[in-house]
Design a protein around this ligand. Structure first.
Ligand code: NAP
Length: 286
């Protein structure tokens, strides 16, 4: 680092577990650009002064993780259409007019699906969970062209609110809300099943969002996508693959949302291979 080094970073509470500094600093080193990417622990009550401070010290851009993805919205001058539809921002950059924000989780989610040859318009997507990541998944499925999206949740009022929140979005898909009890009928029709819950994430690796009874309803040839990246694979993906489904884990989403953010900040292509390798190396040694 020198006097000219420009600042990027990530804000969150907590922030200690963030993998973003690992992959972004690996990319920065590979590109040989004069930047550094730092973790910033920002508590909810400190969000406004922290962002004001970022402006004052010339931070160029930053990533946003829990719990600030929604609360950052009023502090931004411009929000991309996708981020508006999702209602959450994960990437911010400084412009002459102020802070601009978008959501690269959508691009990250879609990236590993692009190589799948599917008739997206006629494929039904089933999404398990209705939290923040599920919002990026809905937008991603809609952008791929899925017309039928089923969201499965355990909290009925929260789930209805989730579905209603998409009514003003630019997307034209049919989005329906379902309790977990509907899965025996939903799974046989699903071409894509996404786990957007933390069920199965380390250290609870013996868990799966689909019980032994339910996994049997998954069709061979369906895509089983788990947003979780520790462990790789999760129990859900192992069992889905044994059923003949095509498994995708969450690592590529993490890499590609980061690469898309870095590309915005640096205005040049990001080395996704370097970022992936840095993450894999870090995960293998922690
Ligand atoms: P979140 O906002 O907390 O949402 C979690 C969702 O899972 C909620 O709908 C929650 O239900 C549901 N859920 C949690 N435990 C459950 C259980 N035992 N049974 C049924 N439903 C349960 O979290 P998030 O940010 O969306 O993250 C979800 C997962 O995606 C996490 O594993 C996270 O690591 C992963 N993720 C990965 C990436 C990536 O780049 N690969 C990016 C973002 C997130 P309630 O609403 O009823 O509580």
């Amino acid at each position: 680092m020198r006097g000219t080094t420009r600042l990027l970073g990530v804000i969150g509470d907590p922030i200690q577990h963030s993998l973003s500094p690992v992959m972004h600093n690996a990319a920065i080193a590979d590109l040989g650009v004069d930047y550094v990417y730092l973790p910033f622990h920002v508590k909810p009550s400190d969000l406004t002064p922290a962002i004001k401070g970022f402006e004052a010290i010339g931070v160029q851009g930053f990533s946003i993780t829990l719990p600030h993805k929604q609360t950052i919205l009023p502090l931004l001058t411009r929000i991309s259409e996708t981020a508006q539809a999702i209602g959450a921002v994960n990437t911010v950059w400084w412009t002459d007019q102020g802070w601009s924000g978008t959501n690269t989780d959508v691009e990250g989610f879609i990236a590993p699906l692009k190589s799948e040859q599917r008739d997206w318009a006629n494929l039904t997507a089933v999404i398990l969970g209705n939290g923040g990541a599920a919002r990026a998944v809905v937008a991603g499925c809609a952008l791929l062209g899925c017309q039928q999206i089923r969201v499965v949740g355990r909290n009925a009022p929260k789930l209805s609110q989730f579905v209603e929140s998409w009514q003003q979005s630019p997307f034209t898909m049919t989005l329906t809300a379902h309790p977990w009890a509907d899965l025996p009928t939903l799974l046989p029709e699903a071409g894509l099943v996404v786990n957007a819950t933390p069920i199965g994430m380390a250290p609870q690796t013996a868990q799966s969002p689909l019980s032994a009874d339910l996994i049997g309803h998954l069709t061979a040839g369906a895509i089983a996508y788990d947003l979780i990246y520790t462990p790789r694979p999760t129990r859900f993906l192992e069992e889905a693959q044994a059923q003949g489904a095509a498994p995708i884990d969450g690592l590529e989403m993490l890499v590609q949302q980061g690469a898309a953010a870095l590309q915005i900040w640096l205005q040049q292509p990001a080395p996704a291979d370097i970022m992936r390798a840095a993450l894999l190396d870090h995960l293998a040694h922690r």
